[in-house]
Design a protein around this ligand. Structure first.
Ligand SMILES: Nc1ncnc2c1ncn2[C@@H]1O[C@H](COP(=O)(O)OP(=O)(O)OP(=O)(O)O)[C@@H](O)[C@H]1O
Length: 200
C-alpha cells in the first residue's frame, strides 16, 4: 500500500533519517519507535508525503489516500474553530464525505467529545484537544492512517478507545502507522521500525 525504501532526510545539512526502509501493507499496524529526536515525526511526514526524501523513494499504491495526525498543530488554536467544525474539516486533503456523518457522530461519541462539539478548540484541555484531532484523522476515508504519538496526553480509558478504533480500521483493511514511546502501544503493531538516537 505504502513503502519507503532507503529514505534519507535531514534539516539544514544535519542528517536525521539514514536509509530507512519500511513496508506498510493493507490491514497492518506499523509502529515507529526511538528516543526523542531520533526522527519519528520526520519519517511519518515523509511517509505522508508532507516532506520529500533527499534520497531514496516513497511509493504509494495508486489511489492510496493518507490521513495524517501531526504531533504539533498550533495553527488550529489560532482559528475560531469549534470542536464539531474541526472534526468535520477532516484536516488533510479533504477526504471527509457527507455520507460519513453517522460514523463521525459515532467516533465523537466513542472518544467522549460529542458533548464538546460547540466548544472552541483553544478552550480545551490537552487530552480533550488530542481526542478531537484523533477524531479528525479517523473520520477521513483513507487507506493509510499516519498518527504521530496519537495517545500522548490521553488517560487509560481514552487510550483503550483509540486502540479499539485503530483495530477496527486495520480489520477493515486500512493500514495504521503510529509513533509511540509506550512499549505496550508499540506491542500492538505487527511490525516495528526502531530509529536510533541521534549522534551526540
Ligand atoms: N523543522 C525542523 N528544522 C530543523 N530541525 C528539525 C526540524 N524538525 C525536526 N528537526 C530535528 O530533527 C531531529 C528529529 O526530529 P523529530 O521531530 O523527527 O524526532 P522525534 O523522534 O519525532 O522526536 P520526539 O520523540 O521528541 O517527538 C531532531 O534533532 C530535531 O531537532
Amino acid at each position: 500500500m505504502l513503502s519507503a525504501s532507503e529514505v534519507c532526510y535531514g534539516y539544514a545539512g544535519v542528517s536525521v533519517l539514514r536509509e530507512v526502509s519500511v513496508e506498510v501493507g493493507a490491514g497492518s499496524l506499523v509502529a515507529v519507535t526511538g528516543p526523542n529526536g531520533s526522527g519519528k515525526s520526520t519519517l511519518l511526514h515523509v511517509l505522508a508525503g508532507v516532506l520529500q526524501p533527499k534520497s531514496g523513494y516513497v511509493r504509494r499504491q495508486a489511489g492510496c489516500r493518507v490521513a495524517l495526525l501531526p504531533q504539533r498543530t498550533p495553527d488550529i488554536d489560532a482559528l475560531p474553530l469549534t470542536v464539531g467544525e474541526c472534526v468535520r474539516i477532516g484536516g488533510f486533503q479533504g477526504f471527509f464525505r457527507r455520507s460519513t456523518a453517522s460514523s463521525t457522530d459515532s467516533i465523537m461519541e466513542r472518544l467522549g467529545i460529542a458533548d464538546l462539539r460547540r466548544r472552541r478548540m483553544r478552550e480545551l484541555s490537552g487530552g480533550q484537544r488530542q481526542r478531537v484531532l484523533i477524531a479528525q484523522a479517523l473520520v477521513q476515508q483513507a487507506e493509510v492512517y499516519v498518527l504521530d504519538e496519537p495517545t500522548v496526553a490521553l488517560d487509560a480509558a481514552s487510550r483503550a478507545t483509540v486502540h479499539e478504533l485503530l483495530g477496527e480500521k486495520v480489520r477493515a483493511g486500512a493500514a495504521v502507522v503510529l509513533s509511540s514511546h509506550d512499549p505496550e502501544e508499540s506491542a500492538l503493531a505487527g511490525h516495528t521500525v526502531h530509529l536510533r538516537a541521534p549522534a551526540a
